[in-house]
Design a protein around this ligand. Structure first.
Ligand code: ADP
Ligand code: ZN
Length: 210
């Protein structure tokens, strides 16, 4: 099963993709995670994208498409995958259609108020990438990852200014993809406003209909 998860920043795409990928036995491919790993490892790509990402702007299509194209050549993608955070522009979607045939696009719907609430309380493990929230998904020990014991951080792009910019970029560049995939009969809406357990259940039910 080849799926795209789409939705505004903070819609929960990564949180929902993790357990669903485990259940389906397919990889979770998050361009945001791939970029953050490159930044952490100070690779050439990481150095190119660091400032762009901290400001909440989009990495140029050519760089992003090349990264995904390469990742999709790995053997673990044979049974399928979930793409989380890609494509984010019409240009990226057009490129993707040249090298992959997607089964469905899950669109997580959520209000702007909720986006801000979620992103401003978000915490992230620097080591394993697990996400937490100061109100709704607290770690057992404040500031420490339940899974690996390493420190949690606030993502640099979760600052109020960057959050506002990311929302603007989303409406400007990414939201047009909803119409794009609707026209291809691939779009499935899932209400992203509930609890994590509710959204996971709704997503699983939706995937069963594909
Ligand atoms: P979120 O969904 O919370 O906004 P992500 O972790 O998916 O965050 O992405 C973080 C940042 O990485 C984006 O704000 C953007 O700068 C960059 N990025 C991720 N995916 C793409 C993409 N497909 N095209 C361009 N930039 C991207
Ligand atoms: Zn961790």
């Amino acid at each position: 099963m080849k799926l795209i998860f789409i939705g505004p920043p903070g819609a929960g795409k990564g949180t929902i993709a993790t357990p669903i990928c485990e259940k389906l036995g397919i990889p979770h491919i998050s361009t945001g995670d791939l970029f953050r790993k490159a930044i952490k490892n100070k690779t050439t790509l990481g150095q190119k994208v660091q400032v762009i990402i901290e400001l909440g702007d989009l990495v140029p299509d050519a760089l992003t498409v090349a990264l995904v194209k390469e990742r999709l050549q790995d053997d673990d993608t044979n049974k399928g995958y979930i793409l989380d955070g890609f494509p984010r522009t019409i240009g990226q979607a057009d490129s993707l259609s040249d090298f992959s045939k997607i089964d469905a696009v899950i669109n997580f719907t959520i209000s702007d108020e909720q986006v801000v609430e979620r992103l401003s309380g978000r915490r992230l493990c620097t080591n394993c990438g697990t996400g937490y929230h100061t109100e709704t998904m607290k770690p057992q020990q404040e500031g420490i990852c339940d899974k690996c014991g390493k420190q949690l951080i606030i993502r640099p792009d979760d600052s109020p200014v960057s959050i506002k910019n990311r929302l603007e970029v989303y409406y400007d560049q990414t939201e047009p993809l909803i119409e794009y995939y609707k026209n291809k009969n691939l779009l499935k809406d899932v209400d992203g406003s509930g609890t994590v357990a509710e959204v996971i259940a709704n997503t699983k039910a939706m995937i069963e209909t594909i």
